[in-house]
Design a protein around this ligand. Sequence first.
Ligand SMILES: [Zn+2]
Length: 286
Amino acid sequence: MSEIRSGIEEALDTLPKEYKEVLAADHEQLEAAEAAGKSSESSERHENHPASETGKDSDDHESTAATAPIDPTQKLVALTFDDGPSMYTEEILELLTSNDSRATFFMVGYNIEKHPERVKLVLDAGCEVANHTSGHKDLSDISRSAIESEVYDNERLLNEAGAEGRLLLRPPYGLTNDTVKEVVKRPMINWSVDSRDWKTKDAASTVAEVKKNVRDGRVVLMHDIYKSTVEAVKELIPWLKSEGYRLVTVSELYEARGEELKDGHVYRYTYSAEEYEKDITERKKS
Ligand SMILES: [Zn+2]
């Protein structure tokens, strides 16, 4: 199987250290925006369909496009949103549900603590909640016990907020080492397409970056803490659908293509439909 995939070019799956400074500044900006948005937010949000309501609606139907069985021969892509939840998460959820689409949200502890109810909104929209550690520290640079608390304390926090069971982990900055792989008894999910939304904070650039690099079976990195990312998603979801992609969660993506996610391993993309079918044929031959 790995031989078939060896043809795929090496993709960048760590973020430059530069992101550390960027994120600290972004975090302060987000806090200010959340505080400023609080008064107008409640009245504004009620006019829209809350994601949870849309989710309830879909239960009444036999099976919507989002819940229908996934055809592994269809083009699949997993959008992922890191560093939230934030005041922008709900808008992204509305865009996903109204397009019969799903995504995965890798949440960080300090933002979950502020708004644990947002975890439930993501789940109600049929999306996947995953772990992005308590404090967004570089796991390759801290002690074993610190890694454990960063990962498992945050998983516990997410469990308490309603996301049950063992959760996928995205290590901050995509950084791991042998110790991290040994200590973290969870599959670790990096990415194969960096939208660079964190760097450009520009919707048009974010859209262009994804359009240029997206392929069947890829995992796309974005952040639900920027207004520009919401704008980008508004254009990207319909475009991806028009290109024949179905937008699925990370777990759905790997399951559909028959790749088992193993604890302590790092992943960033899976088989394309073509590779998947070729592999099935080879397996039958042997
Ligand atoms: Zn992050």
